[in-house]
Structure formats: structure tokens, C-alpha cells
Design a protein around this ligand. Structure first.
Ligand code: RAM
Length: 343
């Protein structure tokens, strides 16, 4: 009798274990089987209302249409160091698969990035990096090699002013990781004897706000009547600076260059206020980021140096040292080529 009860109990335990085992295995399979259509990817630009980020968003949207993942973008009104934190927290609560972000600070977001990564969310820095804080993000996508961005801006300005005269920089926010990296590169480049007759007299900040950038540019013009050049390594700032120089009639004695979008700068190139400026393709950057985001979220590619992934039209790319990927290359725009570009 006892023996029979025991057998029944044993059978029940075996059945239970089998069922439990099967269902646990089933769960694993369900997770492993996550497909691209299940993915939700969000991109958080520095701030809203900047056409530069609309182009990056365009790249994400194209990839979303092609691959079928859900894409959203949301941004704070201002590019202050901490303005993105509540947006990131909301996305963590929503349980998105990937947070791609152009950060407004090199370190103020670290804790919230960690929170996201602890929840299994892929954190991808797009358009710059958080140097020295690489453990708080999976990968960083740079639009070009940041080691040469600053020096190429100095060379471009030098070529416009015969390598002689006082110059100033009109930047984005004081915390902007990308612009600060480039400005350091400019200062380093100026130590080269080639630029011995060029002097950086001021760095001012327009916060990537068109009105504040215009006001800061006007203040530079008033403060430095003999200024030969202003470099503005921000699409918002360079358009505002060109506007200020046009209003004041200071071109061509004063040259404006920097990083701008062809659509915002076309008018100034055509009317001679600006001779040349540079940029890369923010659209390609967004498209590359989106393709890598999918590969990382599905586990097809590991976020490790040396791993490779393929982007339609952009070829095979490698995750480099510090898990950085460079989109590149930049283009210099002038009156001869600007009409070939529409972004
Ligand atoms: C502005 C933003 C962005 C920067 C470009 C060049 O649109 O500051 O981060 O990459 O300029």
C-alpha cells in the first residue's frame, strides 16, 4: 500500500518536474526567439528643434521601415547637462530594448545609464562619447574620428584667413562632450608652428539655442573689432554666427566656419558670408546606429572590440578600441558642391 502511494507520489513529482522543465525551456526559447519586430528602440537627441538631429532620426526611421522594429524619439527642450535624465528614466520604465542617446554631459548620466544596463537595456551613445566612463554604455558611435575633428577645423579656418589673426570659438553648451573634445583638439592643434600667427582669444557658448547663439556671436563681434575668424563646431551655432556676421556686414574680413548642415548654411555660402564649412552625414550615422542597435539587442553581435557588423550601403564595420565605431567621413562644403547636398 505504502509502496503504491510512494510510486504515485514519485510519478507526480516526475510529471511536475517534466512540466516545469519543459515550461522553463519554453521560456528560454521565447526569449531567445525575440525577433526584430519585437524590438523597441528609442533615440534621445540633445534637445528638440535641431534639424541636425532630425537627420539622425531619419536614418533610424529608414532602418525601422526596412527591418520592422518600433522606433521612437523624444528629447528635452534644452541641452542642459541633466535635462535628459527624466527621459531616460521613462524609457527604462517602459522597458525598451535599446536607448540610443546624444548625451548632454560626459558624466552626469552615468548612474541612470547603469540603471538601464542593469535592466538589460542596450545603451548606445550616438554622436559622441562619455570619455573615461565606458563602463556606463555598451558602444559609442562617433560621426568622425574625434582625434582629428578639432585640428581639421583649425586647418580649415587657417586656410580661410591666411593663417593669421585672432579667432574665437562659439560652442554649444559648456558640458557638451563632443564640442569640448573638439575644442581641446583645436587648442592642441594651435601649438603647431604652422599656426603661430593665429590666436584663440575667446570661447563662448550659445547652448545650441539659436537666439542665445546669435546674441553670443553679436557680443563677439562687438568685443573684438579686429577678429579674423569664428569657428562654431555646432550646426546651431554656425548658422547663428553666419547670421550675425551677415547682419553686421563683417564678411569677408571676418571668416565663419565650423560644422553646419548644408540646408542651414546654403544661403550664407551663396551670398558670400561663408566660404566653407564641414560636416559628415548625420543620416548615415543614425542608419548605422540603428543597424548596430538591432544586432546588439538580438545578440547577433557582441559589444566587444573587434566584433564586426554589416550596414546596407555602408559596408562592414568593426567595433574599435573602447567599443567605439566611427561613421565618417566628413565633407567640406563650399559654393562648388553645396547644391549636391540636401540635409
Ligand atoms: C549640433 C549638436 C551636435 C553636433 C553638431 C555638429 O547640432 O551640438 O551634437 O554634433 O552640432
Amino acid at each position: 500500500m505504502l509502496n503504491k502511494k510512494f510510486k504515485v507520489l514519485l510519478a507526480a513529482v516526475v510529471v511536475f518536474l517534466c512540466l516545469f522543465g519543459i515550461s522553463a525551456q519554453g521560456q528560454e526559447e521565447a526569449v531567445g526567439e525575440k525577433s526584430v519586430e519585437d524590438l523597441e528602440i528609442v533615440f534621445i537627441p540633445k534637445n528638440s528643434g535641431n534639424p541636425y538631429f532630425d537627420s539622425i532620426v531619419g536614418g533610424f526611421e529608414k532602418a525601422s521601415e526596412e527591418m520592422g522594429f518600433t522606433f521612437n524619439t523624444i528629447a528635452p527642450a534644452t541641452a542642459e547637462a541633466t535635462s535628459q535624465i527624466p527621459f531616460i528614466k521613462t524609457q527604462i520604465q517602459r522597458g525598451v530594448d535599446v536607448i540610443a542617446i546624444a548625451p548632454n554631459s560626459p558624466d552626469a548620466l552615468n548612474q541612470v545609464f547603469k540603471q538601464a544596463m542593469d535592466e538589460g537595456i542596450v545603451v548606445m551613445i550616438v554622436n559622441s562619447d562619455i570619455p573615461g566612463s565606458e563602463e556606463y554604455r555598451d558602444v559609442a558611435i562617433l560621426p568622425m574620428d574625434f582625434e582629428i575633428t578639432g585640428s581639421s577645423q583649425i586647418e580649415l579656418m587657417g586656410s580661410l584667413i591666411d593663417y593669421s589673426g585672432d579667432i574665437a570659438v562659439l560652442s554649444a553648451t559648456t558640458d557638451a562632450p563632443d564640442q569640448n573634445y573638439w575644442i581641446e583638439g583645436m587648442k592642441e592643434a594651435l601649438k603647431d608652428p604652422k599656426y603661430a600667427n593665429m590666436k584663440l582669444v575667446d570661447v563662448v557658448y550659445g547652448d545650441d539655442d539659436p537666439q542665445k547663439s546669435l546674441t553670443e556671436a553679436e557680443a563677439l563681434l562687438t568685443k573684438y573689432p579686429n577678429l579674423r575668424g569664428i569657428i562654431s563646431p555646432t550646426t546651431v551655432g554656425v548658422a547663428a554666427t553666419a547670421q550675425a556676421v551677415e547682419n553686421a556686414g563683417r564678411a569677408p574680413e571676418l571668416q565663419v566656419t565650423g560644422l553646419g548642415t548644408p540646408n542651414q548654411m546654403r544661403r550664407f555660402i551663396k551670398n558670400g558670408t561663408v566660404t566653407a564649412f564641414a560636416l559628415w552625414s548625420p543620416f548615415d550615422e543614425g542608419y548605422l546606429a540603428a543597424n548596430l542597435a538591432v544586432d546588439l539587442a538580438l545578440g547577433n553581435v557582441a559589444a566587444e572590440e573587434g566584433a564586426t557588423f554589416t550596414v546596407p550601403g555602408l559596408g562592414e564595420r568593426v567595433i574599435g578600441p573602447n567599443r567605439v565605431i566611427i561613421t565618417g567621413p566628413p565633407t567640406v562644403f563650399d559654393k562648388d558642391n553645396i547644391d549636391n547636398f540636401d540635409f
